[in-house]
Design a protein. Structure first.
Length: 233
């Protein structure tokens, strides 16, 4: 009878120990709580200066995003032969006058003044030939005999931007020699392509140069500027 009581007491003691561990009290609970406290104290707290955004500089305003640049339609001239290229260039409409060509010559060079809806997609190669024109009095109806001497031929980039074409300034007349300037595409000009006679500016004209028709395929425009003393040659 005494053994039974001792055994029962032992069982009750073990049960009490187990229940104490499950309820969060006792030595096991103290170990878990201590580990949690140790882990929490080992983790650094976030620094206020690291998480805060830097203050904006006073008086500085952020620039707005640039607006997209509109793209105008354009015409590609790559691969066009001389005839098609000449037709395209002659068909460009002037931004100054609707009945005028956008690509034209005056006495100081070649210009492009184009309506904004017709730009070429890339610079267009155009040739510019300069010829000295020696003038001597003649008995024919023109009153002068003209002798051509080639000076130089350039290939210049025309467009897409408007304005005077770089390098198109002709040489100045001198002595009894005027200057014929011809803009064209295609094969180079020979003397046989040039006009047999040239007219002079009218006596009452405010211009000291005249436009000339050169009857050859690919010619875009031509200007003749005689020497200042042409009437004495």
């Amino acid at each position: 009878m005494r053994r039974l009581r001792l055994r029962a007491t032992a069982v009750l003691s073990v049960s009490a120990f187990v229940l104490a561990g499950c309820s969060g009290a006792g030595p096991a609970a103290d170990i878990r709580g201590g580990a949690a406290r140790s882990k929490a104290s080992a983790s650094p707290s976030p620094s206020p200066s690291a998480s805060a955004s830097p203050p904006a500089s006073p008086g500085v305003i952020a620039a707005p995003a640039p607006a997209p640049v509109p793209t105008l339609p354009c015409t590609s001239t790559t691969g066009l032969d001389a005839t098609a290229l000449a037709d395209y260039l002659k068909g460009l409409k002037s931004s100054d006058r609707a009945d005028s060509q956008a690509l034209f010559m005056v006495d100081d060079g070649l210009y492009l003044r184009l309506v904004k809806t017709q730009p070429p997609c890339e610079p267009v190669p155009v040739k510019l030939g300069f010829f000295r024109v020696d003038m001597t009095h003649s008995t024919d109806s023109a009153g002068y005999k003209f002798t051509y001497t080639p000076i130089r031929t350039l290939t210049l980039a025309v467009g897409p931007a408007d304005g005077k074409v770089d390098g198109s300034l002709p040489p100045a007349p001198s002595g009894c020699g005027g200057i014929l300037s011809v803009a064209y595409v295609g094969r180079d000009l020979g003397e046989s392509d040039l006009p047999h006679s040239l007219r002079l500016p009218a006596k009452d004209s405010t211009l000291d140069w005249v436009l000339i028709d050169v009857e050859r395929d690919g010619v875009l425009d031509a200007v003749f500027k005689p020497p200042s003393g042409a009437r004495d040659c």
